[in-house]
Design a protein around this ligand. Structure first.
Ligand SMILES: [Cu+2]
Length: 334
């Protein structure tokens, strides 16, 4: 069963509401200097860990993602240039050999921020409103966020057996409540994983928080498909090259063709040539990877380090002819 297409959840014309801030790209883009540090290194840049701190400070030191921004007179949104490849959801950009990377999305709270869903019980197959807030260190809802890949917040919803993947973009009301219509088609336990960069008191806090969602009923878990390098969607065949490991960051190259094997042109989607979400089986630990900003021989090139040996499911959102599709693979990392 194909996963729901992300395109059903939003359009690129969706207004991005950022509380009292107004329009999103209103702040001078200071991303240039931020990313100059990585430049040609093509190193995975980490947002949920100390990625921003590392880049802002220009050093490799630090363990916190809370970083002080250049002074701005009022609370504001910012736009992060994610034109360099990087990873969300981990806390260690370049894993030491054998150490693996830490992971995101496993907790309701991190770095002073707490995800607070309003209602976590859903009925199978029925569209319901999913609402949540992100509470800041002082307890008040956060209302300002950096725009990362065209959106102030990216939401992944998936069942515990790694079926039913949805990549959504909720909208925020002025009081900081995020909401979106959500249909969970089958009974079971799901995760919602929110990936964002909150702007709190002049600091940027990039993190990934997660909560369970429950659909009552007879849960029939689906076995994970076998690992394979090629997969198909309704219209495309997608394969990848590269072997993810834990010891170092490895390239992954995605090739998209039509069903007859003829290459097709992948288009930018949400500020990149594709978005790769990698979830670990059994705990749904989350890694969100973005590609290099140029295609390589028509292929979309990512860099990925797995946080541990184990089995993962990869979800690759890409756009062709204005339509977003999601390719999925099972990957076993040894
Ligand atoms: Cu997104």
């Amino acid at each position: 069963m194909p996963d729901p297409a992300p395109s059903t959840a939003h359009t690129e014309d969706d207004p991005v509401v950022l509380g009292s801030v107004g329009g999103s790209p209103s702040v001078p883009q200071n991303a240039g200097f931020r990313f100059a540090a990585v430049g040609a290194l093509l190193i995975v840049v980490l947002f949920a860990g100390y990625g921003l701190g590392r880049l802002n400070n220009g050093t490799a030191a630090g363990t916190s993602a809370v970083t002080t921004r250049a002074a701005t007179p009022t609370p504001s949104s910012s736009v992060i240039d994610e034109s360099q490849p990087h990873v969300h959801g981990t806390t260690n950009p370049v894993p030491a050999a054998g150490a693996g990377v830490a992971v995101g999305g496993l907790s309701l709270s991190s770095q002073g921020l707490t995800l607070t869903p309003v209602e976590t019980t859903f009925q199978a197959g029925r569209r319901q409103r999913l609402e949540f807030t992100i509470h800041g260190p002082g307890g008040a809802p956060v209302t300002t966020y950096a725009v990362v890949h065209d959106k102030p917040l990216h939401l992944i919803v998936i069942r515990r057996d790694l079926t039913g993947f949805q990549h959504l973009h909720p909208e925020m009301s002025a009081d900081g409540t995020w909401s979106i219509d959500l249909t969970l088609s089958e009974p079971g336990s799901y995760r919602m994983i929110a990936d964002f960069t909150a702007l709190v008191g002049g600091a940027e806090i990039a993190t990934t928080l997660g909560s369970d969602l429950t659909v009552a009923g007879d849960y029939v878990p689906v076995a994970l498909p076998d690992a394979a390098r090629a997969t198909t969607t309704e219209s495309y065949r997608i394969s990848y090259e590269g072997t993810p490991g834990t010891a170092s960051t490895q390239p992954l190259l995605m090739t998209v063709t039509d069903t007859a094997g003829k290459p097709v042109a992948v288009e930018p989607y949400l500020g990149a040539f594709g978005h790769l979400v990698v979830l670990r089986q059994n705990d749904l630990a989350y890694v969100h990877v973005h590609p290099e900003n140029q295609l390589v021989d028509g292929k979309v090139k990512f860099w990925l380090a797995a946080p541990s040996p184990g089995t993962y499911r990869m979800f690759f959102d890409f756009q062709v002819a204005g339509k977003v599709s999601t390719a999925t693979w099972t990957v076993v990392v040894s």
